[in-house]
Design a protein around this ligand. Sequence first.
Ligand SMILES: *Cc1c(COP(=O)(O)O)cnc(C)c1O
Length: 393
Amino acid sequence: MEKSFSFQTNLLHNKWKVDEQTGAVSVPIQHASTFHQADFDVFGKYDYSRSGNPTREALEETIAELEGGIRGFAFSSGMAAISTAFLLLSKGDHVLVTEDVYGGTYRMITEVLSRFGIEYTFVDMTDLHAVASHIRPNTKVIYVETPSNPLLKITDIRGIVKLAKANGCLTFLDNTFMTPALQRPLELGVDVVLHSATKFLSGHSDVVAGLAVVKDRELAERLYKLQNAFGAILGVQDAWLVLRGLKTLHVRLQQSSQAALKIASFLAKHPKVEEVYYPGLSYHPGHSVQRYQAEGFGAVLSFRLADEAAVRTFVKHVQIPVFAVSLGAVESILSYPAKMSHAAMPKEEREQRGITDGLLRLSVGLEAAEDLIADFERGLSYVSAKESLAPSF
Ligand SMILES: *Cc1c(COP(=O)(O)O)cnc(C)c1O
């Protein structure tokens, strides 16, 4: 990738802009599962599509370049990417995990990895002292999600990397909320970047996919072996959809992030909104760290109404956003973490993490910010003041 071009240009002006054989301006979809070997002794670059496929490879190389890594891996879902990366661990290892980690990752760690003798500790990673004090001799991975989901807490990536390096552990970072358009963790010393490409990278709510990127050769070899062994690869049609979505990543995130800041500012002033979580607000506790380590604040925010009754009323009356799980799409998506992304987490754990029954998460799409604000204004007008005053336990 020509380093002289901006990220925005590199999304389009790359090795796959034009197909060498035909001049096609879209990556060809190679459906073949197996590849003829012209020579009895010397096999070609591809043999079987689980092990390697040109369409998937175009996506894998693209994400590696965009993240500043040496090798990318495409999986059938974000969870497949995350789970495969966890296979780098062995029995007796310990992993330190950010406290408000994605619900599916929480489930993988607590219900699956635990059965294989992998120990874990959840810790608030905004507190580096807490992280340091929980590192054990057998800690092999520090697992970070920043901004976190759904409370948009910001972890100091450089601080975590320093602790990890000093203690001989790897750092994994789920970069789903930021994408390489806004945050490039490998450049800050992280070892494995993970993505649910289902979200912003593809951007259109029409594909489920996951990616992993590394910058170390030996780690790349290990992860490749695991991808091939576990076999949770991304299909070619889906790889193509992610590649197409990627072309507009920059412009989508720019537009949605600007709108997110406007909406967060509106909600923060609204009397029926108890709290707004968006790192772009100057008084967000992670604002300055985010400015230091990323190039923007992203398109996801959360806000708290008084209780579940207030949430129900609000959701019933807003018209624009879809009410659904997921995020990072062209259409705005309103989610209810308590019953959606964090349903897998016991209520006690959930509330302790601040994911209460009044919390809503919004992923801002490409609608006009003014329309969304007017819609929310209307929705909030139905929430009775009484509801908003009710104690939130
Ligand atoms: C959605 C999501 C995942 C899981 O990805 P899937 O593609 O749904 O498997 C992991 N991490 C974060 C932050 C997510 O938002």
